[in-house]
Design a protein around this ligand. Structure first.
Ligand SMILES: [Zn+2]
Length: 480
């Protein structure tokens, strides 16, 4: 069998975090009652006219700048004609001929090293409504709240060759756009949607194979499985002497397979033409400069600042800046006077571990910096030991409890009063004559069991180092 390589390009739709829709004043707020956020414009009533939301353009330019794009000084909107019930105008206002950003790139780290993924273009467009199919009543309902919500579509060049690179690229987009505050980029909630264009070709061949486009990929895991599956499907077709057909495929993550939705259409199928209701967009150098000047501190800048200002290792700085939410917790906790390296340890250690275990998203984290700082303080002053601290942290993570109150209410404070601890140890020794005998007979390892018993008797709250020291002292004095 010939060796094949996979060629992948991505079309990523991102819902922008504007307060109002792209061409009318309706709210974009998520979770409203069906059709509450609608007006004649976004319902596509005849005779209405769109008015472009300036903030959409600003966000698109900001994302373009952050992704190293050229910003078009002259850009236009086009009509993409198609009929579907979720699209009341029977056309979507988009940009085909003169998109706002072109020619960008982003560097991602995947596998061995860094890879440059080129960005062909970014264009602005409006989202469609949502159809809700009610099987019980055998009807379909339409909710136009999403119709007219602003989107940018980021189109990459086919520069990726496996799922790892695709996910690294999407994470990078998510981080950059998250830092800009242009979107929260949640795959699960649909504020970021990725369509994967994939083809295979024998290694060494220049010409691209026929590609398919996969839709409905709502998690990194689904993306990864869909890529693997589609790659195998195409190779099998070619090996069997069949043809890969250019088509749009729907990924069913439950079944772990894709099926054909429709033959892939080309731009000509949509009868695009310049949008007659909107003026061309002329963007001044001054405006671009203003947006550039207002760019918030991005991950790369934060990494350098953290190393310099807080003296934490580069690795820590890179980990923390991988998510905007981590940087917020980090900076605010350090602002409250906590030791930066200790804050970083809690974020890189327990926070990331629990996030992974619970399959949570960092943006949903509910750890208040005040409580994290307090936890670090009571570990530092030996109120609790480090293993109790992990239990307390779990409570801070899950319920954002006040560590001091939680420790007091659950009697978790460390027993570090030597007199009290000595009393407990003496009791343990008298209850465990065999272990004491073993120790006296030279089996020094027997002390481990006695440490364990003491920790158990104090419900894990004793200072382990102190227990060890006291036990050794008492045992050595025992025979005398
Ligand atoms: Zn509206």
């Amino acid at each position: 069998m010939a060796e094949y390589e996979t060629v992948i390009g991505l079309e990523v739709h991102v819902e922008l975090a504007t307060k109002t829709k792209i061409f009318c004043g309706c709210s974009t707020k998520f979770g409203a009652r069906p059709n509450e956020n609608t007006c004649p414009v976004c319902m596509g009533m005849p005779g209405t006219l769109p008015v472009l939301n300036k903030k959409v353009v600003e966000y698109a330019i900001a994302v373009g700048l952050a992704l190293n794009c050229d910003i078009s000084r002259y850009s236009k909107f086009d009509r993409k004609n198609y009929f579907y019930p979720d699209n009341p105008q029977n056309y979507q206002i988009s940009q085909l001929y003169m998109p706002i950003c072109t020619n960008g790139f982003v560097n991602v780290t995947a596998g061995e090293g860094s890879k440059k993924i080129r960005i062909h273009e970014i264009h602005m467009e409006e989202d469609a409504g949502k159809l809700i199919h009610d099987d019980e009543e055998d009807v379909s309902l339409i909710d136009y709240n999403r119709a007219g919500v602003p989107l940018i579509e980021i189109v990459s060049e086919p520069d990726m060759s496996n799922a790892e690179e695709v996910i690294a690229y999407l994470k990078k987009l998510k981080t950059v756009i998250g830092y800009l505050g242009a979107s929260d980029c949640k795959l699960q909630e649909g504020s970021m949607r990725a369509d994967v264009n994939l083809s295979v070709r024998p290694v060494g061949k220049k010409e691209l194979g026929t590609r398919t486009e996969m839709k409905n990929l709502s998690s990194f895991r689904a993306i990864s499985r869909a890529i693997e599956n589609e790659k195998k499907r195409q190779i099998k077709l070619i090996e069997n002497g069949e043809r890969v057909i250019q088509q749009t495929r729907h990924w069913d993550d439950k079944k772990g397979e894709s099926y054909s939705m429709r033959s892939k259409e080309d731009a000509m199928d949509y009868r695009y033409f310049p949008e007659p209701d909107l003026m061309p967009l002329i963007i001044s150098e001054k405006w671009i400069d203003e947006i550039k000047a207002n760019e918030p501190e991005m991950a790369e800048q934060k990494i350098e600042r953290y190393i310099l200002q807080f003296n934490i290792p580069r690795y820590d700085a890179e980990q923390i800046t991988s998510e905007k939410k981590f940087t917020e917790i980090f900076e605010e906790t350090v602002d409250l006077g906590a030791n930066p390296k200790k804050v970083s340890n809690w974020i890189m250690g327990e926070t990331m571990r629990i996030l992974k275990e619970e399959k949570d998203e960092p943006e949903n984290l509910n750890i208040s910096p005040k409580h994290l700082a307090k936890l670090i303080e009571i570990v530092d002053n030996n109120t609790i030991n480090s293993s109790v601290a992990k239990d307390v942290f779990l409570q801070v993570y899950k319920n954002d409890v006040d560590p001091e109150v939680f420790v007091r209410e659950n009697s978790l404070a460390q027993v570090s009063d030597a007199g009290e601890l000595e009393g407990i140890i003496l009791r343990i020794l008298s209850e465990n004559p065999k272990s004491v005998g073993d120790y006296m007979a030279g089996k020094k390892k027997a002390i481990g069991f006695l440490v364990g018993q003491t920790m158990k008797a104090t419900k894990g709250t004793a200072d382990p180092a102190m227990v060890n020291k006291l036990l050794t002292k008492l045992l050595n004095g025992y025979g005398n």
